[in-house]
Design a protein around this ligand. Structure first.
Ligand SMILES: NC(=O)c1ccc[n+]([C@@H]2O[C@H](COP(=O)([O-])OP(=O)(O)OC[C@H]3O[C@@H](n4cnc5c(N)ncnc54)[C@H](O)[C@@H]3O)[C@@H](O)[C@H]2O)c1
Length: 339
């Protein structure tokens, strides 16, 4: 009987079947412990396509999914400005919640939400998928074991192969901070296990022409001071011609640990004048393919009360806060206190 309960599938409604929603829908539908019941998506063409591919039912609006008591969890992958509201509604309906980053776009709203959720017992997992990457998770384990001693510096390199479409760049001014580096700020807090106290950021624009007509920031750095005294540096770009560049290095009193880039294969060709490898994985969909699946594993564990080890709504709030203040720092040219 107990075994039957444990093995019961978790019934999920996915909200938003766009770029990342479609990927989540396919992973959810394949997952042994999940039954994907609804795909909620205002675009009928997209909604039907993803629902048909996953055996779910398409809904144009979330209300029916929220009212359905068989739906135990909602999986929110709609645009950022809908997240706070969808989380609030799901909490009121007593559902477990997965929500893509960012937890919201307005700090005041997010702070109200965080205080409203204080007594909420169901898990809320925020989609910081990089935490579920096996290499990054191993790096964190090594840091926590004390093998590299007291941590002094963390360096995070995070470069995309190409910028998002010009319309997206235009709609998200300064987005390199709150859309992409938000992941790096989360990684910094997660690896160090402490809070950032100050951020100093710089940003510039190098891509022009059709790809970036408004000269939005496409290269940025951020330096974080933290409560432990460790310093973290993030280097981000929207144009790494050699592929998706994702590295973390932690330097301590007894040594250093690195989580290195992943190539398309791990084959090396040794010649007289050079040693060659295959290019890097292209972007987050392939580099973090396994992490998106492990994210679902962890969510299932959280819903079953087996783990509390996941990025929660507070982590979502903190990473957003650092991102927003980093953007202010880049614009003003001055460090910003995060206390
Ligand atoms: N963790 C990651 O690796 C990762 C990667 C990409 C995107 N994201 C995040 O995921 C979110 C979605 O990004 P995207 O690139 O998939 O965007 P997208 O625009 O491709 O998809 C969003 C979808 O949500 C739908 N939508 C809009 N309003 C809705 C509503 N009220 N109810 C239900 N659906 C609604 C849109 O029609 C669209 O199809 C963003 O917050 C983004 O930052 C995270």
């Amino acid at each position: 009987m107990v075994e039957e309960m444990t093995n019961q599938k978790i019934t999920v409604a996915l909200i938003g079947a766009g770029f990342i929603g479609e990927l989540h829908a396919k992973n959810l539908a394949r997952h042994a412990d999940v039954a994907l019941k609804y795909v909620v998506e205002p675009s009928e063409a997209l909604g039907r396509k993803v629902a048909d591919a996953t055996g779910a039912r398409w809904l144009s609006d979330a209300a029916e999914a929220y009212e359905d008591s068989s739906v135990e969890a909602v999986w929110i992958a709609s645009p950022a400005n809908t997240h706070t509201d969808f989380i609030r509604r799901a909490a009121k309906a007593g559902k477990a919640i997965f929500c893509e980053k960012p937890v919201g776009m307005n700090m005041e709203d997010v702070d109200v939400l965080v205080s409203e959720l204080r007594e909420y017992k169901q898990p809320i997992l925020i989609g910081f998928n990089r935490r579920f990457d096996a290499s990054h998770a191993r790096l964190k384990e090594i840091v926590e074991s004390g093998a590299i001693g007291e941590v002094e510096m963390v360096s995070i390199t995070s470069r995309d192969p190409n910028p998002p479409p010009p319309a997206y760049m235009k709609a998200t001014p300064g987005g390199i901070f709150y859309d992409t580096m938000i992941h790096d700020f989360d990684i910094a807090r997660w690896v160090l296990g402490v809070e950032a106290t100050e951020v100093y950021a710089t940003a510039s624009s190098h891509i022009n022409g059709e790809l970036n007509p408004d000269r939005e920031y496409d290269a940025a750095t951020a330096t974080l001071k933290t409560t432990s005294g460790a310093v973290c540096q993030v280097s981000a770009s929207r144009r790494a011609v050699y592929g998706y560049d994702q590295r973390i290095e932690v330097f301590g009193s007894k040594g250093m640990v690195q989580s290195q880039n992943h190539g398309k294969t791990n084959v090396k060709v040794y010649g007289a004048d050079a040693i060659r490898t295959d290019p890097l994985k292209n972007f987050f969909i392939d580099r973090y393919a396994d992490a998106y699946v492990r994210e679902i594993d962890q969510f299932v564990g959280a819903v079953r009360g087996e783990t509390t080890n996941f990025p929660n709504v507070w982590d979502g709030r903190q990473a957003l806060h650092i991102s927003m203040e980093a953007l202010k720092s880049a614009r003003s040219g001055s460090p910003v206190s995060l206390k």
